[in-house]
Design a protein around this ligand. Structure first.
Ligand code: LLP
Length: 414
């Protein structure tokens, strides 16, 4: 989505300098074409099979991003009442929404049941009981899949690895058959499928395959016990290239997983987040100051860990490139934000041409878990978001103002 034309960085047909001038920085910029082609790659990978791509909205919940995916036929994977609200507002069909998460509250369960979502991905027996009791009260039937923890190591960052026996997610593999037997007997519960999600930013097909083998084994055991599942949901987690990773394509993922479920005639669900929106986004910042402290170069920019926390939280690598290439001297520098924490950096020890104050840098592959994980820390309003469509530039979320920072606060004494 990013390419230099005469030393200037473009997203589709728009120069990023133009975006920065028009909307200011820091700003997230998304390529509509890339977003859609990423979605289509998933949809096409499952061609010929009953399937549903449920975009993991947590990766990026911008209204326009959701709208664009809906227009392509996407479903949604949600993890909260807030994500359900956003998904419905954007127009996702309730029957294409799956709801995961280990701590769904009664209010959230009521909301989802009243909405008529496709199914709950259930993570504990207490949650199952709660869903059953709400369903009974509302005179509804809740469709469920158990999220089963297959105890497979996804070989990714420990904070985003979810499928090992030690993670807080899902029903332990060895308890799954008993869980299904119990659920099958409960009125107001429709046992619809099986779900597993082993982690995020996974860059080989092996863990997906290993998890599929275990899930299929379980499915066959359940079938033998007269519990027939209509949906197999292998979650999300497909990685993208941030630095030098060579992640599998959606097609390669399908080829590693689908053949495992030989006799299965139901519907496959997948829940990609990062792989759909990650490389469709770039985070633009301006250089405020340069300084050298104790022999180290710092480029201080106007974007920070409140805007993009991935480098700080996961030591994640995002490429940082100049919006205008210059012939200036190349040096090694830390690209840091203005927040009062040593952990506030976007990149460490990067080789970059010394930028002039006011010039822009682009932080690549920030469409997923960028804006979605942003905060107002240090009372910094959240960044603006812009979508590029060919030569069109559309503001899809305005920058937060000082008034926005205090809009929901009340004086305790009043
Ligand atoms: N399904 C479930 C149940 C999930 O928990 C997740 C992500 C997904 C699907 C989508 O996974 P993806 O395709 O995006 O890998 N904030 C972290 C990533 C956390 C992922 C949490 N769950 C990061 O910035 O790397």
């Amino acid at each position: 989505m990013l390419a230099y034309r005469k030393n200037e960085l473009y997203c589709e047909n728009v120069s990023l300098e133009t975006v920065a001038r028009r909307f200011g920085t820091p700003v997230y910029v998304y390529s509509r074409a890339r977003l859609i082609s990423n979605y289509k790659a998933f949809d096409a990978a499952f061609e010929g099979l009953p399937h549903l791509v449920c975009y993991a909205t947590k990766a990026n919940t911008n209204y326009t991003v959701l709208r664009e995916l809906i227009l392509q036929g996407s479903g949604a994977d949600i993890t909260s009442g807030g994500e359900l609200y956003r998904s419905l507002r954007a127009g996702f069909e309730p029957k294409k929404i799956v709801y995961a998460g280990i701590g769904k509250t009664i209010a959230e369960i009521e909301y989802a049941l009243a909405t008529g979502i496709l199914m709950f991905n259930v993570e504990s027996m207490e949650e199952l009981a709660a869903i059953a009791s709400v369903a009974k009260r509302l005179k509804k039937t809740a469709s469920i899949a158990f999220r089963v923890n297959p105890d497979v190591d996804a070989k990714t960052h420990r904070y985003i690895s979810t499928g090992t026996g030690k993670a807080k997610f899902g029903i332990p593999y060895d308890e799954a058959v008993a869980a299904y037997r119990t659920a099958a007997k409960i009125t107001h519960i429709d046992v619809a499928g099986i779900h597993c999600h082993i982690g995020s930013q996974i860059t080989t097909v092996k863990p997906f395959h290993n998890a599929a083998v275990k899930i299929e084994k379980l499915r066959l055991q359940l079938q033998a016990a007269n519990i027939t599942l209509r949906y197999v949901n292998m979650g999300g987690g497909l990685g993208i290239r941030y630095q030098n990773e060579v992640p599998p394509t959606p097609r390669e993922l399908r080829d590693a997983v689908v053949p495992v479920f030989k006799g299965f005639t139901g519907t496959f669900i997948c829940e990609p987040g990062r792989a759909i929106v990650g490389n469709a986004g770039v985070f633009l910042v301006s250089v405020v100051y340069r300084k050298n402290s104790a022999g180290k170069n710092y480029f201080i920019v106007d974007g920070a860990m409140n805007d993009l926390i991935r480098p700080t939280l996961y030591e994640a690598y995002h490429d940082i490139v100049p919006v205008k290439k210059t012939a200036a001297r190349q040096v090694q520098a830390d690209v840091v934000g203005p927040i009062c924490e040593t952990g506030d950096f976007l990149g460490l020890d990067r080789t970059l041409a010394v930028p002039e104050p006011g010039s822009r840098l682009a932080v690549a592959c920030t469409g997923a878990y960028g804006m979605a994980m942003s905060s107002q820390y240090n009372s910094r309003g959240r960044a603006a978001e812009v979508m590029i469509d060919g030569s069109r530039i559309v503001l899809i979320r305005r920058r937060e103002t000082y008034a926005d920072l205090v809009a929901v606060e009340r004086l305790g004494r009043e």
